[in-house]
Structure formats: C-alpha cells, structure tokens
Design a protein around this ligand. Sequence first.
Ligand code: HOZ
Length: 445
Amino acid sequence: MAPAFNKHLEKRALVATPFKTSQSDQIFNAAQKLMPGGVSSPVRAFKSVGGQPVVFDRVKGAYAWDVDDNQYIDYVGTWGPAICGHAHPDVISAIQKTAEKGTSFGAPCALENVLAEMVIDAVPSIEMVRFVNSGTEACMAVLRLMRAYTGRDKVIKFEGCYHGHADMFLVQAGSGVATLGLPDSPGVPKSTTANTLTAPYNDLEAVKKLFEDNPGEISGVILEAIVGNAGFITPDAGFLEGLRELTTEHGALLVFDEVMTGFRISYGGVQAKYGVTPDLTTLGKIIGGGLPVGAYGGKAEIMGMVAPAGPMYQAGTLSGNPLAMTAGIKTLELLNKPGTYEQLDKITGRLINGLLAAAKETGHEVCGGHVSGMFGMFFTEGPVHNYEDAKKADAQKFSRYHRGMLERGIYLAPSGFEAGFTSLAHTEEDVDKTIAAAREVLSEL
Ligand code: HOZ
C-alpha cells in the first residue's frame, strides 16, 4: 500500500503528451558553459547513455517532473535517500519547523543526540558515531581511522566498489569512474594509491593472498557489502563471513560501506540482514533524508581515536547540521515501522521479476535481482559476481533501453554501473506501468 500522501499526486498517463526536451536542452546547454560538463556530479550528465539529461523541476512521492513538464516514475530517488518517497510531507514540515530556529549552528545541537541514538540502536556495529556531510567524507575519515587504529597504511578494496572520490579510493572504482571508463584519475599521486590494494569482489582467495603477501601491513578491508556502484551485485554465500574471519585472523579491521545500503536493505543495513558485524561502518544518503549527511561509526574503543576524544583529526563546519539531522530523524522514524521492508521487498520483487520476464520474452539475455528496495538488471546472461562480469553487459543496448524508458516516463539511473532504488511511495500500478513500458522498449531494441 502506498502512503496516503501519494494518492493525490498527478496520475496522468505516462507520455500522454509527447516527450519534450526544449526547456531541458536550453538549460543544460547553458549549464555546460557554467559548470564542467554542465553538472555538479558526473553520472547525471548522461554521458554513457547518450542524449542530453533532462533537468528536474520538482519531485513528489515516486515521481519527478522535468522543466518541460514530462512526468517520470523515478527509480533513482536522488541516488537512494528518497526511500519514503520524495518530499514526504512529514519530512518537509519537520525541516520547515527546524529552519525557523536557524539553518546552521556550528555548535552542539540536541538533534545530533537523537539521530546518533537512532543510528546506534539500529546498526549492529555502531556503538559511537561521527556525523559528516557526505558518503565521500565518511569513507575518507574511516580510512584515516583504520590506519590510526591499526598503525598500518595499506587497505584492501574491491574492483568496482565505490567509496567516494577521495584520492586513495580512486583505484578500480565504480560509479562515475566506471561509467566514464576512467581507469585512474589524473591528479591522484601514485604514492597515495600505492597503499590501496584491490581484489575482485566475491573472491576470498584473492583477499587471503593479499594478506599473505603483505604481512602485518594491511589496516583492513572496506567494501560495499551489497554492491550498488558496479550495477547491483550481491555477496556470494560465505563471502561476508569469510572476510570477517580473515580480517580478525590478521588483526585488521572490517569496514562496511553502507552509504547506499544503510537503512535500505533493512533498518540495520546489510549487516543486520546478513548477520555479519563489521568493526566500522560508513553511512550517508538515507540518514540525511534528502539533505547532505554522512556518518561513520563503530566500536567505541575504535571511535575513541577520533578528535577531540582521541588524536585522529577530522572536522566539519556543517557537520551535525540541524536541518540535516531533522530530515534524517524524521526519515528513520517513518522507516522504523512494521512492514516497511516487507513492502519495499514486495514492490521491488514485482518490478525486477517483471523487467526480467519482459526482457526474456522479447529475446534479450539478462540477469538481475533485488534485495529489499535495491535492484539491478544487466544485459548479459550472467551471472554477475564481480566488476569483470558486470563489464560484459551490453552497454550499447543499455543506452537504447535507458533512452526508450526515459521517453516513456521512466527515470532510470543513466549508467549500467548504478543500482536502482524504489521507495515506499511506489505503487503496484507504477511498477506495472514500468514493466509495460519496458516491454515496449525491449521489443524495439
Ligand atoms: N555517486 C553517485 C552515484 N553512485 C551520484 C551520482 C550523481 O549524482 O551524478
């Protein structure tokens, strides 16, 4: 059941009016002279899918409208945060109330305690938390903490996993780096990435070997416990457990980057759902309820290293910002109700099963799946266990599929290397329209 606020939304037939892009084109053309690539973040520029991006005007519930007034069923959800539906009235009114008291304090604020307690109660690994302003910041800080705590400089990450754009993580990274086919970014000194070791996702033997080849030098292993930045890839049975054992055996830390998956896969994230508890966790997206928030947390003993409790420095003027804390608190309150994750799982299962069936019926080789409100489909027979497998998917076909869906009022992530997201506002009707649109597009590919 969609929440009541979704009911009064404009329910016009998808592409009842012809798809228009004149306003979007005009704005995006101007943007290209003002900002690199016309955007504030690369993937949204549509470079890998071709054509120009549409420029959003407003969002509500499961829908987005662009400046030409095309309406979309949105499966990006501002890259994950909009899990309750865009612009949920409770979140908006809470933000408005807090804004009356000011937009930033740069001083301790009681709202931080409230969100911190909610995060600590929900996420098994987190006994103490530090709020920052983005997932990138959270991952940057957690890496410093891994090194500070262990006294070791090296870190293991997985090919195709994306942990933000900090120098030491721009090695075999997913998301925009994969989308744009940038192997390594200029400006990242080799000396910085020399300590970043990589392994294929789901390959425990490779991790074992890295530990054997670098005895006593590896601070820990960081991963997207379910990958969303190389497309949607789930951990094989025993992979997370194996990493837990290996890291413990080698005195290294296990870190789950749950920026995408935290409060999405379950209220307590992947770690609560799969019962594997890392030492540290990074969060972002949903905990900000649509405003910029990131966080890292873990065992109190490790978090005690962070300044001013300990010597590891990390700071931020807008960290713990009252508006962002408010949006996060309200969003978590909405999520922490019986049936939330069952509803997400059900609607997302209906969607992905319908998409896969439509693709197969129309003669395409596809594979894909979902967990709770996160999903993905690759144009390859699969199975996809890692980034190398994901790269075998037909990128040209994805581009044409993406464009066809866009023109029929379905907004998908503009890259085959991004997961899709549903929300509590998506209805069965939305999903069925999406599948019908997909069947039409796929039959023309
Ligand atoms: N890095 C995010 C996707 N994994 C955001 C991309 C964007 O906003 O363009």
